[in-house]
Design a protein around this ligand. Sequence first.
Ligand SMILES: C[S@@+](CC[C@H](N)C(=O)[O-])C[C@H]1O[C@@H](n2cnc3c(N)ncnc32)[C@H](O)[C@@H]1O
Length: 320
Amino acid sequence: MSNRARRDAGEPDEYVLGTDAEELRRLRFQHFVWTEQLHALCARAGFRDGDAALDLGCGPGFTSFELARIVGPRGQVLACDVSARFLRALESQRDRDGLSWVATRLGGIEGLDVEPASFDRAYSRWLFSWLPDSLEPFRRVHRALRPGATFALHEYLDWGAMTVVPRSEVFDHAVAACVRAWPRLGATIDIARDVPRLAAATGFVVDDFQPIARVGTVGSLEWRWPGEFLAVWLRKLAAQGLFDTADCDAFDDEWRRLTAAGDSRLVTPTMAGIVLRKPPQPRARRVSARAVQRRARPASKTRDVRPIRRRGVPALPRDR
Ligand SMILES: C[S@@+](CC[C@H](N)C(=O)[O-])C[C@H]1O[C@@H](n2cnc3c(N)ncnc32)[C@H](O)[C@@H]1O
């Protein structure tokens, strides 16, 4: 086996898109396309200097390094992922960049086990789409955050919204095949739709929920991001019997035609930028000094002293 083949052989817990060198390259490009949105969302979620932040499903660390620069060396980032290979790539890059305040944690997020209430922020991008069930992961994140802390997510809201304008039947046929395949591969692709429900079930409140629809002309980042993904992914679906090889060839021809014609636009899958908040602990009610004095005043002899009745609690019958 060559070094390259050995490096790219599957690992036990790799997610549906794989963790090989090709996927790492795709994630790097994808991160470049979405960096601005990450910073906008983290600003809305209040990420700042000195924060302790979790990066959940961090992959090779492109997001972790952005978070590390936001929280600075007085803060810390715990980058968590189930892929040992991605974490190794992250650690090498971290050491080259001198970002010593980024630590890694290997394991599935469903088993995330950190000191309760020890983080100020959590960020996650394109993780929950790949999980069959996100309830336990949400519980774990909630437990890890301190009261008042925020959890920012970028996830798909409507993957199947991807299309080209003017319409291409070949393109739409390929997108529809992917949409049918996602659940069969264990993905909950449009997980953003479920986030408000997951938030309510685990004690978060939704602070912000914004759809992100992007459109790009031929050659733009918006054009290249899903187009390059589909060209590779359709072949992988075909290898699993979930798409026709002849349709892969038809897609490649159509993609070349659209790119050469140059007058189309690509509408990307709709994403959502979401900010959840763990509510702050209710403060103990403060009683004013006057109220304390009033309570301490001795009852006058002439006053009719009645037992105090709490609202909603029925009084006990008096002895006769
Ligand atoms: C599409 S990649 C996104 C990586 C990174 N968040 C980014 O935006 O560049 C999905 C990542 O989730 C990780 N992952 C999948 N299932 C996981 C799980 N159960 N627990 C933790 N990480 C998981 C994968 O290993 C992969 O690194």
